[in-house]
Design a protein around this ligand. Structure first.
Ligand SMILES: Cc1cc2nc3c(=O)[nH]c(=O)nc-3n(C[C@H](O)[C@H](O)[C@H](O)COP(=O)(O)OP(=O)(O)OC[C@H]3O[C@@H](n4cnc5c(N)ncnc54)[C@H](O)[C@@H]3O)c2cc1C
Length: 390
């Protein structure tokens, strides 16, 4: 079969691939851009299965790409939603502490937020209760007024529409990037980004370790609480701990978890089961139990317990008064994080990673908050491509 010729080939029509196409069109308006998507429609993976939180940017150490892009991403994503009449819930967020140690971490998060230019306030427990009367916290809390939420599939579909209006082609049901003759290839394939990068000679020291995020929806009526409520995270891990988020229509949900998966798209039961992935990922996880550069054993034990609904609800109930397991019986659509692991150091990568050369660029570890960061992240990708092809 004759190869299709294109200037840019983007593999993966998630938020990273689609915003990158838009940004390429700004810099190279006449270029032919094709996005390949293996699924029949948008949003089948992380970009359509996330919490939809537009993060503020205070979790990340100031030298990281995440820190540099989250504040800018928050502003850009909100502006995009406003311009395109996409509903947002600008409810802000409280981060709460359970003890003295966690209170100290709140101080660290405030310092990081200040360094990253994020509006934030350290407030007393009494003031936190004025924002959300049901909140539980130890002495103080962190108030983030700029955190918001959106419906991620709505955002994705509008961005895709903008891209196709500018002439970007999205080829669905399409896995075969070898059938294209591209002057430049950008790999933003999410859970498969490491595999594709290896085909191009990259990702030598990295493999994706998938972690599942489960959600439990509340039966409480809309408006049951006023703001997102998050715990203080273990800042050695890239996950934020079980929390409460509000959807755009003000409904409450618990999640997401970070449960290790045995294959990449293990959403439910035997969905998308691949024996070779089970062997590879299972073996890697077994190895991590004995020689992890992070405490995989404790993480896996703690997370696997969250499959048990009453346990997940009891963890969340540490953050809010009046939470009962009987109100939380509906599991939502799970999402899977394409978390990158360094196979030399056996550690989880905390920041976004890009590897490339004059022919291709590979976006690895586009984990949370890559949805929030999408617009500045895409501009950064295009700048990097520009520098590589010079
Ligand atoms: C549970 C969960 C909650 C999250 N919550 C938030 C949040 O609240 N806020 C936030 O900012 N971020 C959040 N994130 C992170 C955010 O969702 C991701 O960072 C972002 O969606 C990554 O986008 P992507 O385009 O890289 O990946 P994806 O959305 O996974 O897109 C990759 C695409 O590549 C396609 N693909 C794969 N292989 C091939 C191939 N060989 N050929 C063609 N196509 C291929 C896939 O089908 C997929 O559509 C969350 C993530 C998860 C999993």
């Amino acid at each position: 079969m004759a190869q299709q010729v294109t200037d840019f080939l983007i593999i993966g029509a998630g938020i990273v691939g689609i915003t990158t196409a838009l940004s390429l069109k700004k810099t190279y308006p006449d270029a032919k851009i094709i996005i390949l998507e293996k699924e029949p429609k948008l949003g089948c993976h992380a970009s359509g299965r996330n919490s939809g939180v537009i993060h503020a940017g205070f979790y990340y150490s100031p030298d990281s790409l995440k820190a540099k892009m989250t504040r800018a991403g928050n502003i850009a994503m909100k502006a995009f939603c406003e311009e395109n009449n996409i509903p947002m819930n600008c409810c802000g967020k409280l981060v709460v502490a359970r003890n003295e140690d966690e209170k100290n971490t709140l101080n660290l998060l405030k310092e990081r937020g200040d360094a990253n230019g994020v509006p934030l306030e350290l407030i007393s427990a009494t003031d936190a209760k004025k924002i959300e009367p049901r909140v539980k916290t130890f002495e103080s809390a962190l108030w983030s007024p700029t955190t918001a939420s959106v419906d991620p599939t709505h955002v994705l579909s509008i961005i895709a529409q903008k891209a196709t209006d500018l002439g970007v082609e999205i080829h669905y049901n399409s896995l075969g990037y070898k059938q294209y003759d591209a002057a430049y290839t950008i790999n933003s394939a999410g859970l498969y980004a490491d595999k594709i990068a290896q085909d191009f000679g990259f990702s030598k020291f990295y493999r994706i370790l998938p972690f599942k995020g489960l959600y439990l929806y509340s039966d409480e009526p809309a408006g049951a609480i006023n703001t997102h409520i998050y715990p203080v995270p273990n800042i050695k891990n890239p996950f934020l701990g079980v929390h409460f988020t509000l959807t755009t229509d003000n409904h409450l949900k618990i999640g997401p978890t970070a449960i290790p998966c045995l294959w990449r798209e293990q959403y439910q039961g035997l969905d998308n089961f691949k024996f070779n992935e089970l062997m590879e990922i299972g073996q890697r996880q077994l190895g991590l139990l004995f020689r992890g550069g992070f405490d995989f054993r404790s993480l896996a034990i703690e997370e696997l317990k969250k499959y048990y609904r009453p346990h997940l609800v009891s963890q969340a109930a540490e953050l809010l008064e009046g939470i009962h397991p009987s109100q939380y019986t509906r599991w939502g659509k799970p999402g899977i994080r394409a978390q990158l692991m360094n196979i030399e150091t056996h550690t989880l990568e905390m920041d976004f990673v890009m590897e490339g050369d004059a022919k291709s660029l590979h976006i690895l570890n586009a984990v949370s908050p890559a949805f929030t960061c999408a617009f500045p992240f895409a501009d950064r990708i295009v700048e990097r491509v520009g520098a590589l092809i010079k």
